[in-house]
Ligand binder design. Structure first.
Ligand code: IPT
Length: 939
């Protein structure tokens, strides 16, 4: 069969539901024989049972062959890596031939060969007889094996072409990874079951279609006939309360086990409802990805994904941009996530040729698109977690959308349809956008969006709920702006929430680079690190963005009043009975437990199930800055997290810091009170600290050999800085190569160093005046005065100094434990923290600015301590900003001889301009006159 056909397949059986049947099945996963050829034109004699494959290699199934030493992965976002010329494909068409022998158990007759996913075009032979072919990489296909099975030894042969006419439908932003990457089975199950289980006002309605009878023992349902409806007292299924009932459908030849969840999705007055109540989707986009296995994701990893999502207050997932492995949806049913199940369709690369010949609008592709929709809906129709069908992603517009949508509405009227790519929403039930700015989301929330030209379509769309199927692009450091989006989603009933882009960095394990991205395999066309844009790193450790998202998505809020805290339940369905409160007090001395006598036996406070006022225990007294921390934790183990797991928290200031000295050198303390600065050869000394007399820079700080501090404006650009264009303008201006001129070093009662800091080739610059005073400790007042016409925001305003590498640990009082920037770091809280310099680094797969600790009151480096007036930003690294900026992969960063310490007044916000809006204006760092004061004291 020619891979250039528009036909989606041949010889295939009708699609049906993914089911757990007791019919016999043979697992055909395992080690297969494999041969890779560079073109599609190799003879197909390998399918003959007697063919000798001794010279072939072994390859596991499921797997992608490029991840097992055959060929190489390639990454593109929008661009097709082949000429855009449907239905044709290049002569260079990697073709994988697979063979596997299996023994048929005694007495076995009949059966279907089921492939859960083959990327992208598969021809299948059994014992030399061609069963047919299939496309639709992330969709199952079954062939009737019965007539060709024989007792004893059987030979299954599969030919997989990487490129086919169907490749034009699979242009998702991800690695191109061919192969049999999901399970293969020989099954004697033939049944299809369609359960319809809805919920309204305490009652569930159940019916089904199947050639058998249904029973649900827990509900007293026995021998229910197909097509008969029963109404029962049930508990509903929601993502927060994923109540499932075990059901069995007994058919003549097999019994099928199902887990039924009663729930109804509807839309009323432009609001998305589940079981009659509004829901807010706190979602992420999930690609299937594993750093070693690509999209052949092990079951345990899928489970971990769902658990991690639940543990981070995520309640929804969009299966971007194809139906996931069927087990993933079982996990969503069981553990509770709202799912938008998306069809395996993206034709994004046609956008680069003006959408000419887009398959979405080509009648020759209509059958293929309908086929994809049918196979998704039929496979996944029984999942209560699936609340919407999505026609696909970034596939432009065209008549085939109507073909898909019309069929889906007819087959399953119970679920709304989603598709973002058609602004008119002609074929959808919800209005969906990606990366809309806060202002635009707000306008949509107020029903004040720009109208469509067609008044009927406009009226239709205006009556729809709105969601952001992608927002807050989590590439590298960020995303910024999460809290402000959430505030809008919570404010306007029309806004049903959204899905952050995306769950995981698709970094492939690499022997040199640790994690590879586009270009690392020598791909001629690629999109670099744009595939590294997840909330978890490739090994699934949470990045700071996920911790922020957890905070923003908290289902519990706290309002502090005198002696009490009001606990507000923000779940859509669940109550707070599972939670209890842990109360602590944070100060510079650390965390203090509160008086145990006032607490319950577990040292915690009970939470009223519906929320409400909780009396706080007596709190320890003190006169220094103190913060009350209230944490809502799980009182008992839940299926998705252990007892003690923190769900939400808040802090309130109990006592402000004592008033500061007036800013001049203190005279009341310090052995060196009144001692001034002394010129001593090339140095200016103050106690056991010293400055270079020529540059005015510190060289010794209480005996520790240092260099600096000096004014710095640069940061290693974040992905958001770079892709948003700002970093390019910064480099053009030369902010990464500032020159420093010393105009005066004046010794008097204090030390004054006057400088001008500026890049070459411009008249822009900053006057920086350092005023040092000494009272046993050193106090620095820095005054910065911009000169010239600064147009763009600047990366940073702060000081840089270096320390000996022996300075390996930092203790601080301020926000922590993680990084925080003006519009990120919502997960950071006030406390006393400690970390090694190594631990202060956030290991972004593509190195960039990271690790900034915010609102630091003081930081102790062992030997000396820096204090803010009142606070400063602190970053300490075993490499310089220049080295960080030059690095392209994690292993490029090697700890050097010095620790580089950055003491900052301000940073430019992070935003999400890698895809979407930059920082909101209030988080932009404008060049302006500023003063900044710090104290340095011996530890
Ligand atoms: C959007 C895509 O839908 C998604 O797959 C991903 O590529 C994302 O961008 C960026 O990482 S499409 C974009 C043109 C807004």
């Amino acid at each position: 069969m020619d891979p250039e056909t528009f036909t989606p397949g041949s010889g295939r059986l009708e699609p049906r539901a993914a089911l757990r049947s007791d019919a016999p099945a043979l697992d055909l996963n395992g080690t297969w024989r494999f041969r890779l050829s560079p073109t599609a034109t190799v003879p197909d004699d390998f399918a003959r049972p007697e063919f000798d494959d001794a010279s072939w290699d072994d390859l596991p199934v499921p797997a992608h062959w490029p991840l097992h030493g055959h060929g190489a992965p390639a990454y593109t976002n929008v661009s097709f890596p082949i000429p855009v010329d449907p239905p044709h494909v290049p002569g260079e068409n990697p073709t994988g031939d697979y063979r596997r022998e299996f023994d048929l158990p005694e007495g076995w007759t009949g059966g279907r060969l089921r492939f859960e996913g083959v990327d992208s075009f598969a021809r299948v032979w059994l014992n030399g007889h061609e069963l047919g072919f299939s496309t639709g990489s992330r969709l199952p296909v079954e062939f009737d094996a019965g007539p060709w099975l024989r007792p004893g030894r059987n030979v299954l042969a599969v030919r997989v072409h990487q490129w086919s006419a169907a490749s034009y439908l699979e242009d998702q932003d991800m690695w191109w990874l061919p192969g049999i990457f999901r399970d293969v089975t020989l099954t004697r199950s033939t049944a299809d079951v369609f359960v319809r289980a809805s919920y309204r006002d305490g009652r569930g309605t159940l019916s089904f279609e199947a050639p058998g009878r249904m029973s649900v023992p827990e509900l007293g349902v026995a021998d229910l006939e197909p097509g008969t409806e029963v109404t029962l007292d049930v508990e509903p299924w929601t993502a927060e309360t994923p109540r499932l009932y075990d059901a069995v459908v007994t058919c003549p030849e097999e019994s099928v086990r199902l887990r039924v969840g009663f729930r109804t999705i509807s839309i009323a007055d432009g609001v998305l409802l589940a079981n009659g109540r509004p829901i807010l989707l706190k979602g992420v986009n999930r690609h299937e990805f594993h750093p070693e296995h690509g999209r052949a994701v092990p079951y345990e990893t899928m489970r971990q994904d769902v658990l991690r999502m639940k543990q981070h207050n995520i309640n929804a997932v969009r299966t971007s941009h194809y139906p996931p492995h069927p087990d993933f949806l079982d996990l969503c049913d069981e553990l509770g996530l709202w799912v938008i199940d998306e069809c395996d369709l993206e034709t994004h690369g046609f956008g680069q040729v003006g959408w000419r010949a887009n398959p979405t609008d080509d009648p020759r592709y209509a059958e293929a698109l309908l086929d994809r929709m049918r196979r998704m809906v039929e496979r996944d129709k029984n999942h209560p977690s699936v609340i919407m069908w999505s026609l696909g992603n970034e596939a432009g517009v065209g008549r085939n959308l109507a073909v898909m949508a019309d069929w889906a509405r007819e087959r399953d009227p119970s679920r709304p349809l989603h598709y973002e790519g058609d602004l008119s929403c002609a074929h959808t039930d919800v209005y969906s956008r990606m990366y809309a700015s806060h202002a635009e989301v707000e306008a949509i929330g107020r029903l004040a969006e720009d109208p469509l030209d067609d008044p009927d379509l406009d009226a239709r769309r205006r009556a729809m709920p709105f969601l952001q199927c992608e927002y807050a692009h989590a590439m590298g450091n960020g995303p910024g702006g999460l809290a402000e989006y959430q505030e809008l989603f919570e404010r306007y009933p029309r806004l049903a929430g959204g899905f952050v882009w995306e769950w995981i960095d698709h970094g492939l394990a690499h022997p040199v680079h640790e994690y590879a991205y586009g270009g690392d395999y020598g791909e001629p066309v690629h999109d670099g690190n744009f595939v590294i844009d997840g909330l978890v790193f490739p090994d699934r450790t949470p990045s700071p963005g996920l911790l922020d998202l957890k905070k923003v998505f908290e289902p519990v809020k706290f309002e502090f009043e005198s002696g009490v805290v009001r606990v507000v339940n923000c779940y859509d369905f669940a109550d707070l009975a599972e939670l209890e409160l842990v109360v602590t007090v944070e100060s510079a001395a650390g965390t203090a437990e509160v008086a145990a006598g006032t607490l319950g036996p577990a040292g915690t406070l009970a939470v009223p199930a519906g929320g409400g006022v909780v009396k706080l225990p007596d709190l320890p007294a003190g006169d220094r800055e103190r913060w009350l921390t209230v944490r809502a934790v799980l009182a008992e183990d839940q299926p998705w997290a252990k007892a003690g797991h923190e769900v939400a928290w808040a802090q309130t200031l109990l006592a402000p810091p004592p008033p500061r000295p007036d800013g001049t050198a203190a005279t009341t303390s310090g052995t060196g009170a009144g001692v001034g600065f002394v010129r001593d050869g090339g140095e200016i000394t103050a106690g056991d600290s010293a400055f270079d007399a020529g540059t005015g820079r510190l060289v010794r700080l209480f005996g520790v050999e240092v260099d600096g501090p000096r004014l710095d404006l640069w940061r290693a650009p974040t992905d958001n800085d770079s892709y948003g264009g700002l970093a390019g303008r910064w480099r053009a201006l030369g902010l990464h190569r500032l020159t420093h001129r010393v105009d005066a070093v004046e010794v008097g009662a204090g030390l004054t160093v006057r400088t001008r800091v500026a890049p070459a080739a411009t008249d822009l610059g900053m006057r920086a005046t350092y005023r040092w005073t000494f009272d046993g400790g050193l106090r620095l007042e820095l005054e910065v005065e911009p000169e010239g016409d600064w147009q763009d925001p600047i990366p940073r305003l702060g000081l840089t100094m270096s320390l000996p590498r022996e300075v390996a640990r930092v203790a601080w009082f301020g926000l922590g434990p993680g990084e925080a920037y003006p519009d990120t770091g919502l997960a950071a809280r006030v406390g006393r923290w400690s970390a090694t310099v190594a631990e202060l680094q956030t290991p972004y797969v593509f190195p960039q600015e990271n690790g900034h600790r915010a609102e630091v009151r003081w930081a102790d480096f062992g030997g000396f301590r820096v204090s803010g007036e009142p606070v400063f930003g602190m970053t300490a690294r075993p490499w310089s900003i220049e080295e960080l900026d030059a690095a392209r992969h994690r292993p490029d960063l090697v700890a050097g001889e010095r620790v580089h310490l950055h003491l900052d007044l301000a940073h430019q916000g992070i935003g999400t301009a890698a895809c979407g809006p930059g920082p909101l204006p209030r988080y932009a760092l404008r060049a302006a006159r500023a003063t900044f004061a710090l104290r340095f004291d011996p530890s």
